[in-house]
Design a protein around this ligand. Structure first.
Ligand code: ADP
Ligand code: MG
Length: 319
């Protein structure tokens, strides 16, 4: 099972940022309103993600580290809406198979916290408020071939920050902080969605953007589309979400790019955060273990909705 987990880890855990993505995902799933990420050496020495969510009960700590252990498919109807178990319950097991992982958690019902050391299985009482801290040390220590592929600490840190940015844009109702080598490098407080967009993408970007709000049938597209003065904007300033989850999707990217071409004739680099809400039955999120890719039942319908949404938004102030 250890080997199976290590193979799964190859798909889920590519670099420290993959660990950050999964741990922050879990924190938000647990209802956290504050998520603190602490990194040492670009996350290679240490990734610690601390939350104030519901916690994991003492007797469930060991279970959380097992493959396909998930607390998130509670009922048959849940199962149906997910479509398949897909890749649920793999992240912690996969991360634990390629690092030294410690789970530290306390639920509201417990008088103290408990820490479970993944490698030794040692369980001991510990101190912390209600919530969970997952500590991941020495990523890829047992798989030096993978460790060799890691870039400089600065590059790995940048990827980690990007992973948190993606979550932060989806969840303005939670606060985020990122520490690196003892220094606070990013902090986003709970805010409205527009304020969060300004905090994460930059206030000047938000000033030069227009609101997107469009509905077509069962699809709604909201967010902001930027129209900065020049084409100098960065390629990594395009964010797309489907039902609250960050995705990289060709249909959405292409649709948005087409709208920018149509209205601004390619004079501007697309900069946007688009939130697509769609009936969950019309989208399959279990096509990739990281859930970063989705498959729409009707890609054309989504393409049209996104294209129109961005076109109307961009065209409005010029009319
Ligand atoms: P999944 O998120 O797909 O369920 P994971 O391997 O990421 O699988 O996590 C396994 C289980 O561990 C979760 O279903 C959840 O019950 C528990 N868990 C993990 N992280 C947290 C957290 N930060 N707070 C509360 N529970 C957590
Ligand atoms: Mg998870």
């Amino acid at each position: 099972d250890e080997l199976v987990s290590q193979i799964a880890a190859g798909e889920v855990v590519e670099r420290p940022a993959s660990v950050v993505r999964e741990l922050v995902d879990n924190a938000l799933d647990a209802g956290a309103t504050q998520v603190t990420v602490r990194l040492l050496a670009g996350g290679v020495r240490l990734i610690s993600v601390e939350d104030d969510g519901i916690g994991i009960a003492r007797d469930e700590l060991a279970m959380a580290l097992k493959r396909h252990a998930t607390s998130k498919i509670a009922s048959l109807s849940d199962l149906e809406s997910v479509g398949t178990m897909g890749f649920r319950g793999e992240a912690l097991a996969a991360i634990g198979s390629v690092s030294e992982l410690t789970l530290l958690s306390r639920t509201a019902a417990q008088a103290s916290a408990f820490a479970l050391h993944g490698l030794s299985g040692e369980l001991r009482p510990a101190a912390r408020a209600v919530g969970t801290t997952v500590e991941v040390k020495e990523l890829f220590f047992s798989t030096p071939a993978r460790r060799k592929f890691l870039k400089t600490d600065a590059t790995e840190l940048a990827h980690c920050i990007e992973a948190v940015r993606r979550h932060a844009l989806a969840r303005p109702d939670a606060g985020f902080a990122i520490w690196h080598d003892g220094k606070l490098v990013e902090q986003w407080r709970i805010a409205s969605r527009d304020q969060r967009l300004a905090d994460v993408l930059g206030a000047e970007l938000l000033e030069q953007s227009v609101a997107v709000d469009y509905s077509a049938g069962a699809i709604r597209v909201t967010g902001r589309a930027g129209i900065p003065d020049s084409a100098r904007s960065r390629a990594d300033q395009q964010f797309a979400y489907v039902n609250g989850r960050y995705v990289r999707d060709k249909v959405i990217t292409h649709a948005a790019r087409s709208a920018y071409e149509d209205v601004l004739h390619g004079q501007r680099q697309p900069v946007y955060a688009l939130y697509v809400e769609i009936d969950p039955a019309r989208v399959d999120v279990n096509v990739h273990p990281t859930k970063i890719e989705v498959r729409f039942r009707d890609g054309r319908e989504v393409h049209q909705a996104v294209r129109h949404a961005v076109e109307y938004a961009l065209a409005a102030p010029r009319a």
